[in-house]
Design a protein around this ligand. Structure first.
Ligand code: ADP
Length: 537
């Protein structure tokens, strides 16, 4: 067979050649829609590659982005990696100190950003000496008259306009680094995960599989998951590979703006975290609306509450596929879809399988182990630390890998705790640091949270383990009520009866105005445990 290295630029080259007139539609940060084709996007990516070279970027250099899902960010994904440099997508929702830490750790030489983030970039700039040029992702007309950046602020479109599109993508080893993304630091300092062309291409094939995204040249794909987070779950690569029409929503992630784009562009497939879909569900219910084209979506990044899955399926005719992954797994690890044998099960049991985080996609292997590292049975009951390995799983962090993060025989410790059943469905019970141990037995905080949000008066819920004199730890349920709802602690606790073992029922309920979240919208339980330090049941 031919020794053709797997390269990211080949994806766009393929789409430009074989899906030349398929569209990429993107909502501009300044408002209005931008519309072009894979053919035109490829030409712009080539112009950008030449502009990057002109700015002194060389293979291996890191180029930072702070940007929404839009066509310019898409061009950066391809031009930076296509050159052999590293596209470092940065999450603007992180705290300023984390952003400064990340940019310095990566030693980014350029920083491309959307106008929304100019005030933020002005704050960061004095602390980021490695950045030589700041580039605003806009055209000449929208450049600000003044700014507080050290040195010149460059205009993205102007850089491209100076270059011809006669660039040939270089061919290099497929193990060359292509992009860099830092974990959101839910439990620790952010850590860099460096992807390669090979890992990205293999992950794109895996993402395309029928039991994963199952997207084709007949799909219109809108990633709600931001392109600054884990390469937006592989969608910017998977779409040119399959010739899907791509719709990029820009900064407008509210339910009304999303619904408008879903309808006007005929979106069939989408992906995002549960919070976004709760907002959309409420919007759909309020206006008694229905989708005309949306058929399927992937929900992951945090546990998808069964109530959400059921509502989209039964009320809106949209199939939710629950997926699990992390920055370290590129990110797709498991997706919950049924096997033929599962179709004979009663509806309720099928539903319970779909609620799980799902089965591995090819390219990922997983196991669960006890504290001594012994493998646990796949019986859907035993739970232990979840370990994974494969060609798109992190081998080492960029810079410091904490000791013990990888096992001696080459498995990555996810920090998640899970069960695996006889059919291979994995279900997360907790993050290892969030596990509640009561009287020597583990209680799943995720299971208790999922049940709490199924109560009609509950907007959001978190369960944490707090010290208890007799049981060493007991669960506390912390609840945000929906506006105008006045449910009592007793009623919420009664709601658990018959649904979980009696000793799983939380020992107390506290009501709060809001819960602490990380930059990526996950519950920040470290903060919550601090807030309730010294609590007495
Ligand atoms: P960070 O680890 O910094 O929070 P990631 O985005 O990489 O950033 O988060 C990965 C983690 O998110 C997983 O290890 C897991 O704990 C959680 N997670 C992802 N998908 C799911 C899911 N479907 N259900 C429950 N938790 C999930």
């Amino acid at each position: 067979m031919m020794q053709t290295p797997l390269r990211i630029a080949a994806l766009l080259e393929h789409a430009a050649k074989w899906h030349a007139d398929t569209e990429i539609v993107s909502r501009n940060t300044e408002g209005g829609l931008h519309r072009y084709t894979y053919h035109a996007a490829h030409l712009r990516a080539k112009q950008l590659a030449k502009a990057l070279l002109a700015l002194g970027i060389r293979p291996g250099d890191r180029v930072g982005t702070l940007a929404w899902n839009n066509h310019r960010h898409f061009e950066l994904y391809y031009a930076v990696s296509g050159l052999g440099a590293v596209c470092h997508t940065i999450n603007p929702r992180l705290f300023a100190e984390q952003l400064i830490y990340i940019i310095n750790d990566a030693q980014d030489r350029l920083l491309f950003f959307d106008a929304t983030f100019l005030p933020l970039v002005e704050k960061l700039a004095p602390h980021c000496p490695s950045v030589e040029y700041w580039v605003l992702l806009t055209d000449r007309m929208h450049m600000p008259a003044t700014h507080n950046l050290p040195g010149e602020l460059l205009c993205y479109d102007e850089l491209l306009d100076r270059e011809a599109a006669d660039f040939e993508w270089p061919v290099f080893d497929e193990n060359t680094a292509s992009s860099l993304c830092y974990t959101s630091g839910t439990t620790d300092q952010p850590k860099g995960v460096l992807y390669s062309h090979r890992s990205t291409l293999l992950h794109s094939y895996a993402a395309s599989l029928p039991d994963c995204f199952n997207c084709s040249a007949r799909d219109v794909v809108l990633p709600v998951v931001p392109m600054f987070h884990v390469n937006a779950w592989g969608i910017p690569y998977m779409t040119p590979l399959n010739g899907c029409k791509l719709v990029l929503p820009g900064p407008g992630l509210d339910a009304a703006s999303l619904f408008e784009l879903f309808e006007s562009e005929g979106v069939t497939f989408s992906a995002g975290v549960p919070t976004i879909w709760f907002g959309l569900l409420q919007f759909m219910r309020e206006g008694k609306r229905q989708f005309s084209t949306l058929r399927r979506m992937i929900v992951g990044g945090a546990a998808c509450p069964p109530a959400l899955l059921r509502a989209f399926d039964e009320e809106l005719g949209v199939e939710i596929r629950h997926a699990w992954g992390m920055t370290e797994t590129s990110p797709l690890g498991t997706v919950s879809t049924l096997k033929t044998k599962n179709l004979a099960l009663p509806a309720e049991e099928q539903q319970q399988l779909k609620n799980k985080q799902g089965r591995v996609i090819f390219g990922v292997d997983m196991k669960i182990v006890d504290d001594a590292g012994r493998e646990l049975p796949h019986d859907g009951v035993a739970f232990g630390d979840l370990l994974v390995r494969g060609p798109f799983i992190v081998g080492d962090y960029y810079h410091a890998t904490p000791p013990g993060q990888l096992t001696a025989d080459g498995w990555f410790r996810t920090g998640d705790v899970a069960t695996i059943d006889a059919d291979g469905f994995m279900q997360l019970t907790d993050r290892s640091k969030d596990v509640i141990k009561s009287g020597g037995e583990w209680i799943s905080s995720i299971a208790l949270e999922n049940l709490a949000v199924a109560h009609p008066a509950v907007a959001e819920a978190a369960v944490i383990g707090l010290p208890h004199p007799k049981w060493s730890e007991r669960p506390l349920l912390v609840v945000v009520r929906k506006p105008g709802q006045d449910v009592s602690a007793e009623e919420l606790l009664r709601f658990y009866e018959g649904k979980v073992a009696p000793w799983w029922v939380p020992s107390a309920v506290e009501f709060v105005e809001q819960l602490p979240h990380t930059a990526t919208g996950k519950l920040l339980k470290t903060q919550l445990r601090k807030d309730f330090a010294g609590y007495e049941f």
